[in-house]
Design a protein around this ligand. Structure first.
Ligand code: GLA
Length: 409
């Protein structure tokens, strides 16, 4: 059981705070938390310098933390059964990429990055730096392996907590983007998963009631208002419960394929191929790279199209764009799976305005844009279809754009 498998009745911050007190017999210095995300559209475009359009979920991971003075880091997590699982202490000086591995590699990796970045040392916190060590207790309700960025939530909550212990409490936009890059570095270099910047940027930079338009090349962001409820619509998340892991070869293979294509085309990244130059680019590539490139180029165009609709408040109009995105991921990028396809097809047939898988793929979650009046019918149809197919029942919930990482107490 890992930290993010929990569904606790109390909020994540309360749970983390209580567990900290029971494990360490003292109060934490503070509690910080960070959300998971759904990506409305723009999949696998982030590491191609492209565009993405995520929003933060209300589901969060909270880190209760206090400084130590003996150079050790301790991590504990609260399981869904409410039990606290404590890991062995790790010396900050022993942190190396890959050590520790497993779940604690995510918070440990963030400590490693922040140590290298030299944060802390100010008089306000008596010169505390990450080298001195810290106790962290993590609790929350972001589903793991569901394509909803539980890893980024752990990384960003840890980063916020350690920065808080170092006396940094009020991160403005530029600092948030930097923290996201640190969290991404922890995942890439310490945990060893070659992800892009989507998840960590969403967790750090999203704001309540908005989707985040992110240009992954420049790092420029725009908060686009997204009031689906006001339009009588809901974004239904369908977690197929097929566990996905980005540590396997598929994610890295797709990434390597697109990078190879950019090299063959003599371009810095596939971002530099536009719909106008796509046919010419495809003519110059080996057959196996053609569908990968077609997905990235058309997906970037779809993010721009969806963003235009949203800026005009035309939420329902993104439906067909979501549908086209799923077809492209299923047939060209080949990152879907039978359960995701069934969820998407069934949701559409039952009245969804549009539906697509979200996140890294190979399992995890789909989203469906539904009229609120049709939501129960869509949920029932998906449940029946999964039962009939003999698949595990999916978990479904309505996703409302929520706040990015912050301090809870
Ligand atoms: C995962 C990665 C992201 C991104 C998505 C696909 O969530 O962590 O960087 O590549 O897959 O869009």
């Amino acid at each position: 059981m890992t930290a993010s498998d929990q569904a606790t009745a109390a909020g994540p911050a309360d749970t983390a705070d209580d567990a900290f007190r029971s494990v360490h017999d003292r109060a934490p210095a503070g509690v910080w938390s960070a959300p998971g995300r759904v990506n409305l559209i723009g999949e696998h475009t982030d590491y191609n310098d492209g565009f993405v359009l995520p929003f933060a979920l209300p589901h969060r991971l909270a880190a209760a933390a206090a400084p130590r003075e003996d150079g050790k880091l301790t991590f504990a997590t609260v399981g869904s059964d409410g039990r606290v699982h404590t890991g062995a202490p790790v010396a900050v000086s022993d942190l190396r990429p890959g050590t520790p591995d497993g779940w604690s590699g995510y918070p440990a990796g963030v400590a490693w990055v922040l140590r290298e970045a030299g944060i802390g040392g100010g008089a306000e916190t008596d010169g505390w730096t990450v080298d001195r060590g810290a106790d962290l207790v993590i609790a929350g309700d972001v589903p793991t392996g569901a394509g909803l960025s539980s890893s980024a939530a752990i990384e960003c909550a840890t980063a916020m907590a350690l920065l808080g212990l170092a006396g940094e409490h009020d991160q403005q936009a530029a600092r948030r983007a930097e923290i996201a890059r640190w969290a991404q570095r922890a995942e890439n270099e310490f945990v060893g998963v070659p992800t892009g910047s989507l998840d960590q940027t969403a967790s750090m930079c999203c704001v309540d009631g908005h989707v985040l338009f992110l240009d992954c090349r420049s790092g420029d962001t725009e908060q686009v208002p997204f009031n689906a409820t006001g339009a009588g619509l809901s974004v239904l998340v369908i977690d197929t419960q097929v566990k996905h892991s980005l540590g396997g070869s598929e994610y890295g293979d797709r990434r390597a394929g697109t990078e190879k294509a950019a090299r063959l085309l003599g371009l810095p990244a596939l971002r530099d191929v536009t719909p106008d130059t796509l046919d010419d680019a495809l003519d110059r590539l080996p057959a196996d790279l053609v569908p990968l490139v077609r997905h990235i180029v058309t997906e970037n165009a779809r993010v721009l199209e969806a963003s235009r609709y949203l800026r005009d408040g035309r939420i329902a109009d993104i439906g067909p764009v979501l549908d086209a995105s799923h077809v492209s991921m299923r047939d060209d990028y080949r990152i879907s799976c039978p359960e995701l396809d069934l969820a998407v097809d069934t949701a559409r047939t039952a009245g969804a305005l549009g539906s697509r898988m979200t996140g890294g793929g190979f399992g995890g979650s789909a989203i469906a844009l539904v009229r609120e009046n049709d939501r129960h019918a869509v949920e029932a149809a998906v449940t029946t279809a999964f039962d009939t197919a003999g698949y595990r029942r999916p978990r479904m919930f309505v996703a409302v754009p929520s706040a990015g990482a912050g301090r809870d107490r």
